[in-house]
Design a protein around this ligand. Structure first.
Ligand SMILES: [Zn+2]
Ligand SMILES: [Zn+2]
Length: 241
């Protein structure tokens, strides 16, 4: 399986990331990718940019160096009950792809019931498209309860390559989540979560794990331009025109 778009990347407007937009897009081009989503942290994350970063996202050309650039965000799931970063409608409007993720700094790990409740609330959040790095072992949740309900709420699940390397214990969780996505036919995205241009498109560990669970390529939205185009068109967006 091939990944033609990296849908989770950070530029240096996120303090703990190091590359410019230009460098990230160039890296995507060098890796032969058709698209990249720029998904910086939301403004209430201490490392996120000001809200105006998001209200201005539509300044970014649709294509740079032949690579389609998707305007995104990685929302923080905020305590207590599954909210996300607070932003004005003006700032939300340009966003085309939104992940929502648990981060320890904004949602202190609690217990399985509380994490499951928070994720359930996200299922109903119309601004969120995908759950980011769900395999984080610090945030156990009822996998089957959440995954089995993703399709009715139009949510997809991200398999995050960086988690496999840096979030201890997440490989088994990610494999279990992938098996459930296969069982319930929930589409997934396979992403790098790059914080530097040298990691863009590197999803080798995630692909290896998906191979092991026999994950069907048809359910991976970023495994072909046609599938990614269909995903966005299904939401009324034309990113490859
Ligand atoms: Zn994250
Ligand atoms: Zn991230």
């Amino acid at each position: 399986m091939q990944i033609i778009a990296d849908l989770h990347t950070h530029t240096n407007v996120t303090d703990h990331a190091f590359s410019t937009l230009t460098e990230m897009v160039h890296a995507a081009k060098e890796r032969g990718m058709a698209a990249i989503a720029i998904t910086n942290h939301g403004p209430t994350n201490p490392d996120g940019p000001h809200e105006w970063h998001f209200s201005n996202l539509d300044l970014i050309p649709r294509q740079i160096e032949g690579v389609t650039v998707i305007r995104g965000i990685e929302f923080d799931i905020t305590a207590p009950a599954g909210g996300i970063n607070v932003m004005s409608n003006k700032s939300l409007k340009p966003i085309e792809f939104a992940l929502a993720s648990f981060h320890e700094c904004l949602f202190p790990p609690a217990d399985k019931t509380i994490h499951t409740q928070a994720l359930e609330a996200i299922l109903y959040n119309p601004y969120v498209n995908a759950f980011g790095h769900l395999g984080n072992a610090n945030f156990p949740f009822d996998h089957e309860y959440i995954i089995s309900r993703c399709n009715e709420h139009g949510k997809i699940v991200e398999i995050n390559n960086a988690s496999l390397n840096i979030r201890k214990g997440s490989r088994d969780n990610c494999a279990d989540i992938a098996r459930l996505c296969k069982k319930y036919e929930v589409p997934i995205a396979v992403d790098s979560d790059s914080h530097i241009c040298y990691r863009v498109g590197h999803v080798e560990g995630a692909l290896e794990m998906l191979e092991e669970v026999g994950f069907p390529e048809e359910l991976v939205i970023n495994s072909s331009v046609e599938r990614l185009d269909a995903y966005f068109r299904g939401r009324g967006l034309r990113i490859f025109s």
